[in-house]
Design a binder for this molecule. Structure first.
Ligand SMILES: *Cc1c(COP(=O)(O)O)cnc(C)c1O
Length: 362
């Protein structure tokens, strides 16, 4: 069976060494030494000033919204994982969807201003599949209208924009280290900000608002993560370069097979060092997309409709029209991409796609 993704696991011995330390110290969670070590190493690897390790990428989004005390309307993208929208609603704000750009699959910055009202407090945009948004345009709009910016950077581990980590832009960026992501800590995530005052506030929010054992500075939640998760993160970090390199090689193999089909793929900005986290393809019709999904599944190969359905169609948001996102979402598949995937398997996947699309064409 080939799934769209398969978690990377480090050599068991390397993880076990960290476990030995946990057993010696008997310190399992609450900002332990492995969590601190992981935060330092992640900042170093990703070239970031500040980062806090949290329990997952969804809590990271909620903490970000809470930290900036956002209210009213938040402008966001309809083409992302559901957590991007659910976290807005969970924090009692209203998501206002702005359609995506048909080439980058990211929020179309040129359409944002039309959706700003006196209730707008922020823009929450996803760098879809690790491809950075139009950061300069979004920054200019936010500055002009005094809006905060949160970037959902769940796909961005290792992506750079204009030579700098993509997570250094905006007020806060959030990361997910879920098992299915390029780099993972089993469950986990992070909040990143260039602003020390926001990081300090988020550190309180992450830990129930505790200010010492008997004092509370603010409201808070349990957004901490454990020594076991940090151990997985430390063990995996050693392989992050290899994982990214392997993704890049796999992209080249897929491209060699599929480029002749002239299917639509994601346009990557020239200012980007891209992490190649996913391999999305947009078929010409939704029927093609469903046919390929079915034919692959018949051979126990499971691609995924990332992202489908569009978030503007969720039953807990006000209906809003996002025709470009609707259209892309109906025709897009992410093909399998993970460290253990081998060239023979990619060849097999591509042969299925070629056979069925060519048959249809003639
Ligand atoms: C995975 C993902 C999340 C959620 O992260 P979790 O760690 O699973 O909570 C949020 N946004 C995007 C874009 C994601 O892909």
């Amino acid at each position: 069976m080939i799934n769209v993704t398969k978690p990377f696991l480090p050599p068991r011995k390397e993880y076990d060494l960290y476990l030995d330390g946990i057993w010696e110290r008997n310190w399992l969670t609450n900002n332990g030494p492995l969590v601190n070590d992981l935060e330092l190493k992640l900042k170093d690897y990703l070239d970031l000033k500040h980062l806090l390790f949290v329990s997952n990428g969804t809590i990271a989004l909620q903490i970000a919204i809470k930290a900036m005390e956002l209210s009213g309307e938040i402008i966001t993208t309809p083409f992302s994982y559901v957590a991007t929208t659910s976290s807005i609603v969970w924090e009692n704000c209203t998501p206002i969807f702005v359609d995506i750009d048909k080439n980058s699959f990211n929020i179309d910055a040129s359409k944002i201003e039309n959706s700003i009202t006196e209730k707008t407090s922020a823009i929450l945009a996803t760098h879809v599949f690790g491809n950075p948004c139009n950061i300069d345009a979004i920054e200019a709009i936010a500055q002009k209208h005094e809006l905060k910016i949160i970037y959902d950077a769940a796909h961005c581990f290792g992506s750079k924009y204009k030579g700098k980590s993509v997570m250094e832009y905006g007020d806060i960026s959030t990361l997910s280290f879920h098992a299915t992501k390029l780099y993972h800590t089993t469950e986990g995530g992070a909040v990143v900000s260039p602003k020390p005052e926001l990081i300090e506030k988020m550190a309180f929010l992450r830990n129930f608002g505790h200010d010492g054992p008997d004092k509370f500075k603010s409201i808070g939640i349990n957004g901490k993560n454990s020594e076991f998760h940090a151990a997985m993160g430390l063990a995996n970090l050693k392989y992050a370069d290899d994982i990214i390199k392997k993704r890049m090689d796999d992209h080249a193999i897929y491209n060699k097979w599929l480029n002749p089909l002239k299917l639509q793929t994601q346009f990557i900005s020239k200012d980007v060092d891209f992490n190649h986290a996913y391999y999305p393809v947009v078929f010409n019709t939704e029927d093609d997309c469903k046919l390929i999904l079915k034919e692959l599944a018949n051979r126990e190969i499971y691609a995924r409709r990332y992202f489908y359905p569009v978030l503007s169609s969720l039953n807990y948001v006000k209906k809003q029209s996002t025709p470009i996102a609707d259209d892309i979402s109906k025709r897009i598949l992410c093909l399998p991409l993970y460290y253990q995937l081998n060239e023979t398997e990619i060849n097999m996947i591509c042969r299925v796609i070629l056979r069925y699309l060519n048959k249809e064409q003639g």
